[in-house]
Design a binder for this molecule. Structure first.
Ligand SMILES: [Ca+2]
Length: 463
């Protein structure tokens, strides 16, 4: 028995070595520690998944990834065959890529139109430059809320809420998604659940916790801009001007009210702890997982496997999901969606192997198996960019109901221009100051509008 196992192990090793010696190795960039891509790497541990191709990971922390990629690409070093990026980086990386459509057109087994139609429409927009699909989506997501389902469904809580507010606590719709009718109702529910249970003056259950720190704090603000109907890119209008800049006083009130909502959660309604200004979403979720938040929101699709694990359910009960559409206030309201992607570097010396890797990852079959494995094994969860795989995963409960429901709504994205990182930074620091109660909503609106105008003026958009 023991001897047999040993032989099998040696054989497996030999096959692997022989295989890799005769094969191509491709260098693929990876976001270090990203649970979402981990499932794909685990699957590629099986040589039958992508026969003949060995994938070597080039890992970088998120903050260094784009810099590392552009540095090598500008040198033409050929260091990376396959690039990874958020949708926001694609305009920066696109000049260094061979469009995926070139490969698909040359592939007799794939129809280009079918390939493009297999993805959510927004994905095509986010991964196209000048109308040409350049990169290929990996995963996507929208911001959603989690709530303590057992708490919301407790008959005693429901009766107490009705006695206090005169209407029923909201319950989920046929898709299993909770909707609040407006911001006022959301605030009342958050106030109802905010409690000092032991009477020591310190809050033990917060009504609502979300990330407030720089990037993910800023994403919450950006989502509310889309939901207020700032079209097409929230931070910029069709003329590439800030929609709440000096020329658009008609929009000042809306942006001030969006800013006021974030500030009032902490300082006026006191349903959210002031500490959120230091919270990335990985911090906010810990508060929720400790049972100290009735509701919490962010890019929470990632943690869907975790909140459905036996351990977490034993701790805090079941988790339901809610939509952030109570912020909607315009006919064109939509949600902010992001889809990361793969790009094939134009200086690769293994273009076909790079294409086979990207094709494998984005196929409906792989997407289904990947999301199932991620859910069952507690990996990072996302919305598969393949429409059919996403619908299937939603039916299986592998992705949060609110994530899937929201991807069927209008999805919007930020402007895919090289100035985007700078434009976002224009409001992120101010958003933190807002949460700290250091500036007013009016100051937030003024300063962010002026900074965005200045960035676009300096970049030469208006001459
Ligand atoms: Ca207390």
């Amino acid at each position: 028995m023991r001897r047999g196992m040993l032989i099998a192990l040696v054989l497996a090793g030999c096959i692997f070595l022989v295989g890799s010696a005769a094969d191509e190795t491709i260098d693929v960039v990876n976001n270090q520690g990203w649970t979402v891509s981990d499932t794909g790497w685990a699957m590629l541990g099986d040589p039958n998944e992508l026969p003949g191709i060995e994938v070597r990971l080039n890992e970088f922390p998120f903050a260094d990834m784009l810099g590392a990629e552009t540095r090598e690409l500008q040198l033409g070093s050929g260091a990376f065959d396959v690039l990874m990026g958020t949708e926001a980086w694609m305009p920066v990386l696109a000049p260094f890529m061979t469009p995926i459509t070139d490969f698909v057109e040359a592939d007799p087994t794939v129809d280009l139109q079918e390939f493009k139609d297999s993805f959510f429409p927004l994905v095509l927009e986010q991964h196209s430059t000048d109308g040409i699909m350049t990169s290929t989506p990996i995963m996507g997501g929208v911001q959603i809320g989690y709530y303590l389902k057992d708490l919301f469904e407790d008959p005693a809580e429901q009766a107490a809420f009705k006695a206090e507010y005169g209407y029923d606590l909201p319950t989920p719709n046929e898709n299993g998604v909770l909707h609040f009718s407006n911001e006022g109702q959301f605030l009342e529910v958050a106030q109802f659940f905010t409690r000092d249970t032991d009477g020591d003056g310190a809050i033990d259950l917060w009504g609502y916790v979300c990330p407030g720190q720089w990037g993910q704090g800023g994403c919450m603000f950006e989502d509310r801009l889309f939901r207020a109907g700032f079209y097409p890119w929230a931070l910029l209008n069709e003329e590439y001007k800030c929609p709440w800049g000096s020329e658009y006083p008609e929009n000042w009130g809306v942006v001030e009210s969006i800013a006021r909502f974030a500030q009032d959660l902490i300082w006026k309604y006191k349903v959210t702890p002031p500490e959120i200004v230091q919270y990335a979403y990985t911090d906010a979720i810990l508060v929720y997982l400790s049972g100290k938040a009735a509701m919490s929101a962010s890019w929470y699709h990632d943690f869907w496997g975790q909140v459905n694990s036996d351990e977490v359910i034993a701790d805090i009960g079941e988790t339901g999901t809610f939509s952030l559409d109570f912020h909607n206030r315009a006919p064109r309201a939509g949600t902010f969606a992001g889809f990361w992607g793969w790009g094939i570097a134009s200086d690769t010396d293994s273009p076909q192997a790079a294409y086979e890797f990207v094709k494998w990852w984005s196929s409906e079959d792989t997407q289904r198996r990947m999301i199932e494995k991620a859910f069952l094994e507690g990996g990072g969860i996302y919305v598969p960019p393949n429409i059919n795989a996403a619908a299937w995963a939603a039916g299986m409960g592998y992705i949060p109901p609110a994530s899937y429901e929201s991807t069927l709504d209008d999805l919007y994205t930020l402007p895919m221009i090289p100035e985007l990182p700078e434009l976002r930074n224009a409001h992120r620091g101010l958003h933190e100051q807002l949460l700290l109660n250091e500036i007013t909503p009016i100051e937030f609106r003024q300063r962010s509008g002026e900074t965005i105008e200045q960035i676009m003026t300096d970049a030469g958009y208006y001459d």
